[in-house]
Ligand binder design. Structure first.
Ligand code: NAD
Length: 362
């Protein structure tokens, strides 16, 4: 990999590697942008096949966080970190402390939080060594952001319906939810409470049975696929990269709007393919910003009501982006352009006020 060329191509500011000889922690922090401010992004613990895969992941994820923060109109940049683990390796306090010390060396330019493989407990271990952590419950604060991510996704669903000129009446709708984990379970619950018929799928049988029982929803039949089930809205709430040439052409929904990150396998081609197939796509980083808004808002000292107001604004932002998507190749492209415009405004403001220090803790 030509690292500097890759950083330049995508506009990354910094990538830092840490090797902790005492605990064996191997971790990478990538800061994509601090143009709009310090950058909050989760820490992912993952058994990568090799180091190049970990580097690609942290670079891609940190760039996504820049757009997510900008589209949510937060004075925040974009960053992410990854911890390279062995398959099945359990998290320990020593690892969390070592990661916290690494995060602290960023002086607040990077603020860590949960991602795949990281719990509120791990955030609290990191927080024993640095104040630049969100998402814990004892040493740091914010807790699990997933209820807020789900609430934002539900608001984005309303925006999609309005964009299509449909009545926002869930009682006449069927919603398909892929993955009933932390966010998907709550998306299903909100839709069900609004009167929708919900059909869910999950590779984890226990999670699916629990959701079916507790929420009184149905599960896709054995051998059937949520992506080919006829629904009004499909909410991908599991893995990324699930929308590709094969899945998109077989979709039987009008709208795709879910919490999963990086839903489009090939952002440009698959975004355009959705549009060509007449399927309205709620751009993932706009739709799923609720958790980030919650943690970033608390970090920045916003009030609860201001944070909730910003999560409600996801509906308005989605409507604006979908409107602009009419003239763009895809809703994804329109969302990136929307975020980049906000970053450019921030850059202009910074030029006009050169004394601003992007890495100062607010
Ligand atoms: P989670 O791990 O709690 O839940 C994911 C669920 O999907 C699990 O139950 C898992 O068994 C299921 N799953 C995995 N592969 C599947 C498949 N092929 N088919 C059906 N189900 C499958 O994760 P989460 O926190 O709910 O996050 C879900 C997605 O949303 C991820 O892409 C994540 O990056 C994104 N996201 C989450 C948040 C948040 O606040 N948690 C915020 C923004 C984005």
């Amino acid at each position: 990999m030509k690292l500097f060329e890759t950083l330049s191509d995508h506009g990354h500011e910094r990538i830092c590697f840490h090797n902790d000889s005492t605990t064996g922690l191997r971790s990478i922090i990538a800061i994509h942008s601090t143009v709009l401010g310090n950058a909050l992004g989760g820490t992912r613990r993952w058994a990568y096949t090799d180091e190049a895969e970990a580097i690609r992941d942290v670079l891609r994820l940190s760039e996504g966080m820049t757009y997510k923060s900008a589209a949510a109109d937060l004075p925040m940049g974009g960053a992410k970190s990854v911890i390279l683990i062995k398959p099945g390796q359990a998290a320990t306090r020593a690892e969390g402390l070592a990661m916290g010390r690494f995060v602290d060396t960023m002086n607040g330019a990077y603020i860590a939080a949960e991602d795949v493989g990281v719990t509120p407990q791990f955030c609290d271990w990191m927080a024993e060594e640095t104040q630049h952590v969100m998402g814990g419950e004892t040493v740091s604060h914010g807790g699990d952001p997933s209820p807020f991510t789900a609430a934002g996704c539900f608001n984005a669903m309303k925006a999609c319906l309005k964009h299509l000129g449909r009545k926002v009446d869930f009682s006449e709708m069927t919603i398909g939810v892929q993955g009933v984990g932390a966010t998907g379970y709550r998306v299903a619950k909100l839709c069900k409470e609004a009167g929708a018929k919900v059909i869910a799928s999950d590779v984890n049988r226990g999670a699916l049975e629990k959701a079916v029982k507790e929420l009184e929803i149905s599960a896709v039949n054995d051998g059937e696929n949520i992506f080919t089930t006829k629904v009004d809205i499909l909410a991908p709430c599991a893995l990324g990269g699930i929308l590709d040439d094969r899945t998109i052409t077989n979709l039987k929904c009008q709208i795709v709007c879910g919490t999963a990150n990086n839903q489009l396998l090939h952002a440009i081609d698959d975004g355009a393919r959705l549009k060509k197939c007449g399927i309205l796509y709620g751009p993932d980083f706009v739709v799923n910003a609720g958790g980030l808004i919650r943690l970033a808002g608390l970090y920045l000292g916003m009030t609860e009501s201001r944070i909730n107001q910003k999560i409600e604004q996801i509906e308005h932002t989605t409507i604006s982006v979908l409107k602009e998507a009419g003239d763009a190749h895809s809703a994804h492209e329109a969302a990136v352009a929307y975020a980049k415009r906000r970053i450019e405004h921030g850059r202009e403001r910074a030029r006009a006020n050169p004394n601003r220090v992007a890495t100062t803790t607010p």
